[in-house]
Design a protein around this ligand. Sequence first.
Ligand SMILES: Nc1ncnc2c1ncn2[C@@H]1O[C@H](COP(=O)(O)OP(=O)(O)OP(=O)(O)O)[C@@H](O)[C@H]1O
Ligand SMILES: [Mg+2]
Length: 217
Amino acid sequence: MQVTQANHLPGRFITIEGIEGVGKSTNVNFVAEYFRASGATVISTREPGGTEIAERIRELILMTPSDGLSDLGELLLMFAARAEHLAGLIRPALARGDTVVCDRFTDATFAYQGGGRGLNLEVISALRDIVQGALRPDLTLLLDAPTEVSVERIVGREWLDRFEQERADFFGRVRQAYLTIAAQEPERVRIIDASKPLQEVQLQISNALRHKFEKTL
Ligand SMILES: Nc1ncnc2c1ncn2[C@@H]1O[C@H](COP(=O)(O)OP(=O)(O)OP(=O)(O)O)[C@@H](O)[C@H]1O
Ligand SMILES: [Mg+2]
């Protein structure tokens, strides 16, 4: 079966990554507004999720306690949700020339299911290639902060999901896996120091966006 599709869709595809509470959702909105201000049509979305069926898969994953779903099952559900998200929202938007800003994408799978859970990275790469073909984000903003900052920012949440219930060493491994990806793909992945006050974080983000997209804005 030929599944590869070239990454030559006209729209921009920006993803935002990082461990829990580092400010991804806050800054998805900031990035969306940055592009809207220049007249772009912007779709903000998230993973797992983004379409009706993918949001149902999200709920299934996040509501299931650790003993109710195997690591491999979790990985496959993540990619099932991603396949739906790509087919139902991301690819059509990029084909129209829209800008897509996504809260988490495949780097999160490498970080959480690979780094955190210890699943084989080659298996994850193979699934990525089947599900995405050649499609990759144009730019990924990695919001990086020590795990203590993450814990501080999510403390007080009334309900903790499947991942938030994990221990500090899990998030340490996830963070390291993200940093490894950034070191391997410095052109695509920009590290943002997310431990700084929000205004400084957003200054770093605007600089990264300007640097990457100045010719198309
Ligand atoms: N730079 C910052 N300094 C201080 N607080 C921040 C900063 N960025 C975000 N916050 C606050 O930290 C909390 C978590 O932010 P947010 O929900 O955007 O993180 P997230 O990465 O989306 O978390 P999750 O992974 O759980 O979805 C919010 O209360 C937000 O207002
Ligand atoms: Mg969030």
